[in-house]
Design a protein around this ligand. Structure first.
Ligand code: SF4
Ligand code: SF4
Length: 325
């Protein structure tokens, strides 16, 4: 039987993940645990249960449907210090993802995230957007999660995407054996390479892994002739200082000619709903979204080193006809 991997989303019309209009394929599973991750549903490689509290009317049907007593009833006001009932609660380590509650809920408040798909199923869906690629220079972007965490599957997907004539980008954190990365980029037009921090200890503090392998891979990649867009998620209090950007720009300028562009991605907190749906406490919940204008000075640092640099990573030039049409 043909192998399937879990996909959390096939997102159409993205304009921030490579040139033109992109169809982003999000693989589920990643070896890093970045505190600011905007797609927390892609971190764990297993299916998960979303509970969308604002859609829930507290009807209680799911409690009755659950065979494992994994959904606890709301606590009445007289048993708490609050004026209203608390919401019901999912005890996630009792849940075996049987989906009985999902099927029972009439309000779409419960959902399993992670859909198993084959290479062919993914590409057939991606190809529905082909007319939008032709005029915009767009195509498919394989992202996640982390594509290299599913190297064999990702390799077949990328190779067959090229066979079908698609423009292909791959977004990677670069934290993988060089031989695996080298094999995958053969089937990629542009590598979107994430750089979180250049100091190993700081990198480990907020991602769970050190960065020596990542920086070594970026150096090797930059010598291959493959186009690379380095993407730096800028997080307040972590990597937003002028000193950081000056050091990062120096490091990137010392590498090969493959690095053709830098995208500075301002931190935002629009993903906090997803953390709530998964029942995860988000450590950056209290941090406000960053004003993109704050990145103008850092962007000039990279530009002064000769790098085309964007704030936000748009795949269109301003005034581009495809964007304005
Ligand atoms: S069945 Fe749906 S709407 Fe009813 S309590 Fe459960 S999650 Fe909420
Ligand atoms: S998926 Fe199954 S086990 Fe998990 S909470 Fe729903 S009904 Fe219970």
């Amino acid at each position: 039987m043909e192998e399937k991997v879990l996909i959390t989303d096939i997102q159409r019309f993205s304009v921030n993940d490579g040139p033109g209009f992109r169809t982003n394929v999000y693989l589920k599973g990643c070896m890093m645990r970045c505190h600011w991750c905007h797609n927390p549903e892609t971190i764990d490689s297993h299916p998960e249960l979303y509970w969308k509290r604002r859609l829930c009317v507290q009807c209680g049907v799911c409690l009755e449907a659950c065979p494992r007593d994994a959904i606890l009833p709301p606590i009445p006001p007289e048993e708490t210090q609050q004026e209203e009932c608390t919401y019901h609660k999912i005890v996630r380590d009792r849940c075996d993802l049987c989906m009985k509650c999902v099927d029972a809920c009439l309000y779409d408040a419960l959902e399993i995230v992670g859909k198993p798909m084959t290479v062919e199923q993914i590409l057939d869906e991606v190809e529905e957007d082909r007319p939008f690629y032709d005029n915009s220079g767009g195509g498919m972007t394989l992202t996640g999660g982390e594509p290299t965490a599913h190297a064999d599957f990702a390799g077949r997907l990328l190779e067959q995407a090229k066979t079908r004539g698609l423009h292909v980008c791959m977004d990677t954190n670069g934290c993988v054996d060089w031989e695996i990365l080298k094999g995958l980029i053969e089937h990629v037009d542009i590598v979107l390479f994430d750089l979180k921090h250049i100091d190993p200890a700081e990198h480990k503090k907020r991602t769970g892994v050190t960065n020596e392998l990542i920086i070594e891979n970026l150096g090797l990649l930059s010598e291959t002739g493959k186009d690379i867009w380095v993407r730096i998620p800028v997080v307040p209090g972590y990597n937003d200082s002028i000193e950081f950007h000056t050091s990062a720009a120096d490091l990137l300028a010392s590498m090969g000619k493959g690095i053709v562009r830098i995208d500075l991605l301002p931190f935002h907190n629009w993903c906090q709903d997803k953390y709530g749906w998964l029942g995860i406490d988000w450590p950056l919940q209290e941090i406000e979204s960053m004003d993109p204008a704050f990145l103008e000075i850092p962007a000039d640092i990279y530009r002064s080193k000769g790098f085309e640099t964007t704030i936000g990573g748009s795949g269109f030039e301003s005034g581009d006809e495809a964007l304005s049409s």
